[in-house]
Design a binder for this molecule. Structure first.
Ligand code: GZL
Length: 320
């Protein structure tokens, strides 16, 4: 082998060795190793939540192992078991539905690994998880209903686009909305079905409601458990020859950038903000627990209601 080839080989080997050493030292320096089982990417809000949590982990020097469950609980359970096997310092779990978590949460607890529920809750003993970092969905549903009652003087036949069946977000947003409209005898939900938090799901279900309700003429408003379904409903209402935001009022939750564009265009009427920046409080909770200090069982992250008067400005702020 010629000198230059031999020299080149030595150079490549020493560079590789240095890269490995640097890589190992970087891993060794990671503040924490955290597993994150995310539901999927079903909505604009979910995508921004994932991006925010990844960015926060990066900023803190946390080594984040990410798993996208494609909205399947069995994939989330597999991911949590894999994180346990990796001996992570903590687990973030966004539970797609409320039930079926006891066994895997017991396994994490048995391994001494704290689990932080992020964005949604579970129907399991509180002792099985460290804390829940999430909004109060009941309050969000109640706020949506209070706005609609004020907007319609308590007289409105509403169709409801529910979120994922069995999810705490859908269950609680429905509960909150119904708790308020129960005070208004002429404000009622005439049809309700899940659009699974997706834009296409919202459009399909709204099309069926319009067909069933005299082309939509007997529908006063649509309450969508998230903005993506509301935007799908807006498309269906337009295709039925009606004016969304006028012929049929539209109220939803999440406050994603596109809903502010729709509001500014007069197609929707109100949205309630759902904070996607849940990584910071979640990582802090794990650190607090590891230092032996108490963590509250629910770390709330609620947001305000937005109306068309600030929509253009909010859209500009959020889409830049
Ligand atoms: C609620 C969250 C919901 C959002 C949807 O906190 O779980 O799931 O409202 C998302 O956009 O799909």
């Amino acid at each position: 082998m010629s000198y230059s080839m031999k020299h080149l080989k030595t150079r490549v080997c020493s560079t590789l060795a240095m890269a490995v050493a640097l890589g190992l030292s970087a891993t060794a320096q990671a503040e924490m190793l955290i597993g994150f089982s995310q539901i999927g990417s079903e909505s604009g809000w979910r995508t921004s939540e994932t991006a925010s949590i990844k960015a926060e982990a990066e900023r803190r020097g946390i080594d984040l192992k990410f798993s996208d469950a494609q909205q399947k609980q069995e994939n989330q359970i597999k991911a949590v078991r894999s994180f346990i096997a990796q001996g992570v310092d903590g687990i973030l779990l966004a539970p797609v539905v409320e039930t079926g978590w006891d066994q895997v949460l017991k396994e994490a607890k048995g391994a001494g690994i704290p689990v932080v529920l992020i964005d949604r809750g579970v129907d399991a003993d509180e002792s099985l998880y460290l804390t829940k970092v999430a909004s109060d969905f009941v309050q969000e549903g109640a706020l949506a209903a209070a706005w609609l009652a004020a907007e319609t003087n308590g007289v409105c036949d509403v169709v409801e686009l529910q979120g994922t069946v069995g999810s705490s977000a859908a269950n609680d947003r429905k509960e909150g909305f119904e708790s308020v409209i129960g005070n208004f005898p002429s404000l009622s939900i005439i049809r309700s079905q899940s659009g699974n938090f997706t834009r296409s799901g919202g459009k399909e279900v709204m099309e069926s409601f319009l067909k069933a309700e005299n082309g939509g003429k007997s529908i006063c408003a649509v309450y969508a458990h998230n903005d993506d379904m509301a935007l799908g409903a807006v498309q269906a209402i337009k295709e039925a020859g009606l004016k969304p935001g006028e012929d049929i009022l539209v109220v939803s939750i999440d406050a994603v950038p596109d809903i502010f564009k729709a509001m500014a265009d007069g197609d929707t009427n109100a949205t309630i903000e759902l904070n996607p920046h849940l990584g910071g409080p979640a990582f802090d909770a794990i650190k607090t627990a590891k230092s032996g200090r108490e963590v509250p069982k629910w770390i709330k992250a609620n947001g305000p209601l937005y109306l068309p008067d600030t929509a253009a400005e909010e859209y500009k702020k959020r889409s830049s």
